[in-house]
Write a new protein. Structure first.
Length: 118
């Protein structure tokens, strides 16, 4: 079983940047993809971004396109989410998850809080 640990969250002002990290440990880590999701208070969890582990192909939610960048370091088994021009509506707990070839996400981190003040 792989363990995922997110870090890098915090309290920032609108327009600021943050970089989240998600480090994987455990068995040999070679997922089909890695994703970032977020959940704001009172709302359902939503997809943010995804990266294919081998090809680096990316996909973004419309709400973050052009502001967020997902990347990965295969050697470090780590995926990143660079978040620029943050908005108050980006406030949420951010989770990373590993994706299987069946496209479902099977392992999740504990989450890291991102709070953006206006």
């Amino acid at each position: 079983q792989v363990q995922l640990v997110e870090s890098g969250g915090g309290l920032v002002q609108a327009g600021d940047s943050l970089r989240l990290s998600c480090a994987a440990s455990g068995r040999t880590f070679n997922p089909y993809g890695m994703g970032w999701f977020r959940q704001a208070p009172g709302k359902e969890r939503e997809f943010v971004a995804r990266i294919r582990w081998n090809t680096g192909s990316t996909l973004y939610a419309d709400s973050v396109k052009g502001r967020f960048t997902i990347s990965r370091d295969n050697a470090k088994s780590t995926v990143y989410l660079q978040m620029n021009n943050l908005k108050p509506e980006d406030t949420a707990v951010y989770y990373c998850a590993s994706q299987r070839i069946t496209l479902d996400y099977d392992s999740w981190g504990q989450g890291t809080q991102v709070t953006v003040s206006s």
